[in-house]
Design a protein around this ligand. Structure first.
Ligand SMILES: NC(=O)c1ccc[n+]([C@@H]2O[C@H](COP(=O)([O-])OP(=O)(O)OC[C@H]3O[C@@H](n4cnc5c(N)ncnc54)[C@H](O)[C@@H]3O)[C@@H](O)[C@H]2O)c1
Length: 329
C-alpha cells in the first residue's frame, strides 16, 4: 500500500465531472450535505436530489439552490423510504450517477450525557437503562441501505460512484461518543469490504469515503466556539464538499476504497500513528510522513482526555500541504 497525494480539482475539472450528472445526497437539507448539493448544482449537475428527513429544511434548501435541486423526503433508516427515493429519482431522471451517503446523527454530542451508554445509575436504582442505539439505524443501517440500492442502480446504468461521509471518529477513539464512533467505524468496514467486491470492478463502480474532522454544523454548535477558543483547527462544510469534489474527479480505480481525511482547509497525509497502532490499521503506519511528529503526538495522547487538543495540534503542524491525501483501504 502506498500513500497518494491528490491535488484538489480546478473548477473546470470539477465542472467536467459534475456536468449533467444525477446526484442523490442524503441528509442534504443543511450542513455538510447542503454544501455538497450546492457545489454540484453550481457546477452544472442535471439533478441534485436532497434526500432528507426534515421537509421544512429540505424544501428551503431546494429553494436556496434552485438550479436542478429536488427535495425528496426520506428517512434513511427506513428501507421503504430509500427504495422510494431511488424509484422516484429513476422515474424523474432516468438514471443515477452518484450517491453521497451523508445523513448522520450524533446524539451523544447533541443531547449529551443522557445518551452516554455507560451512564451511571443512581444509588438504589434497580432498573437497567437500555442504551439508545438509534445512531446505528441511521449512521450504519442507513448507509447499508443506500449502498445496496446504489450498487443495484449504478450497475444497471453503466457504473458510477458512491461517496460515504464517514468521520475522524471512524479511525480514532472518542470516549464521550462511543456509539457514534462505533457506527462510523462500522461504515469504514462496510466501504473497505464493499470496495473489494467483484461488482465494483465489473460494473465500473467506486465506493470511497470522506472523513471530516470537526466541522461547523448544527451537530457541533455546542462545542465549536470552545474548539476555536483552543485554536483547534476546524473545517467548514465547504471544505468537506471540496473533498467530495476531489473524490469524484479521480479515476475510479484509484479512488475506490480510499478515504480522504478533511482537516480544516487541509487534508492530512494519513491517519495518525497512535490511532493505528493495533489491528488492521497497523499497515497504514507505513504511510506516515514525519515519524517525529507522530511520536511526539503519541506521548501527548497518552492521556486520552487530551485527545481533542492533542489531535488538533498534531494535524495543524503535520498537515500543511494544500493537497488531498489519504490512505488505502
Ligand atoms: N459536523 C462534523 O463535525 C462532522 C464530523 C465528521 C463527520 N460528520 C458527518 O457528516 C454527516 C453530516 O453531518 P452534519 O454535521 O452536516 O449534520 P447536520 O445535522 O447539520 O445535517 C444532517 C442532516 O441529516 C438529516 N438527517 C438526520 N437523520 C436523518 C435520517 N434518518 N434520514 C434522512 N436524513 C436525516 C438532518 O435532517 C440534517 O438535515 C454525518 O454523517 C456526520 O456524522 C460530521
Amino acid at each position: 500500500m502506498h500513500p497518494y497525494h491528490i491535488p484538489a480539482p480546478t473548477p473546470a475539472e470539477f465542472h467536467a465531472a459534475a456536468f449533467g450528472k444525477v446526484v442523490i445526497i442524503t441528509g442534504a437539507a443543511q450542513g455538510i450535505g447542503f454544501a455538497i448539493a450546492e457545489r454540484f448544482a453550481i457546477s452544472g449537475a442535471k439533478a441534485v436530489i436532497i434526500a432528507d428527513l426534515d421537509p421544512n429544511l429540505g424544501i428551503a434548501a431546494k429553494e436556496r439552490i434552485e438550479h436542478g435541486a429536488v427535495f425528496i423526503g426520506c428517512d434513511v433508516s427506513s428501507w421503504t423510504d430509500q427504495v422510494q427515493l431511488f424509484r422516484e429519482t429513476i422515474k424523474r431522471f432516468g438514471h443515477v450517477d452518484l450517491v453521497v451517503c451523508n445523513a448522520g446523527i450524533n446524539p451523544e454530542l447533541m443531547v449529551g450525557g443522557e445518551c452516554d451508554y455507560l451512564v451511571e445509575l443512581e444509588d438504589g436504582d434497580e432498573e437497567y437503562l437500555r442504551p439508545q442505539t438509534k445512531v446505528f439505524d441511521v449512521n450504519l443501517t442507513g448507509v447499508v441501505y443506500s449502498v445496496r440500492l446504489a450498487m443495484h442502480h449504478l450497475s444497471r446504468d453503466g457504473g458510477g460512484r458512491i461517496v460515504v461521509i464517514d468521520s475522524a471518529a471512524s479511525y480514532i477513539p472518542v470516549p464521550d461518543q462511543a456509539l457514534y464512533s462505533a457506527s462510523k467505524h462500522g461504515i469504514l468496514g462496510l466501504v473497505r469490504s464493499t470496495s473489494k467486491r467483484r461488482e465494483c470492478s465489473k460494473h465500473r463502480i467506486s465506493i470511497s469515503m470522506v472523513a471530516p474532522w470537526l466541522t461547523e454544523t448544527r451537530v457541533t454548535s455546542g462545542i465549536f466556539q470552545e474548539a476555536i477558543s483552543k485554536a483547534i483547527p476546524v473545517s467548514s462544510p465547504r471544505d468537506v464538499a471540496s473533498a467530495v469534489s476531489t473524490v469524484v474527479t479521480q479515476p475510479l480505480e484509484k479512488i475506490n476504497g480510499k478515504s480522504l481525511w478533511v482537516q480544516g482547509q487541509l487534508s492530512t497525509k494519513s491517519i495518525p500513528e497512535w490511532a493505528l497502532r493495533t489491528g488492521s490499521y497497523r499497515e497504514i503506519l507505513a504511510l506516515c510522513g514525519s515519524r517525529q511528529a507522530w511520536s511526539r503526538t503519541s506521548k501527548l495522547i497518552a492521556d486520552e482526555e487530551a485527545v481533542w487538543e492533542s489531535l488538533a495540534t498534531l494535524f495543524y503542524r503535520a498537515c500543511r500541504a494544500r493537497t488531498y491525501a489519504g490512505v488505502g483501504s
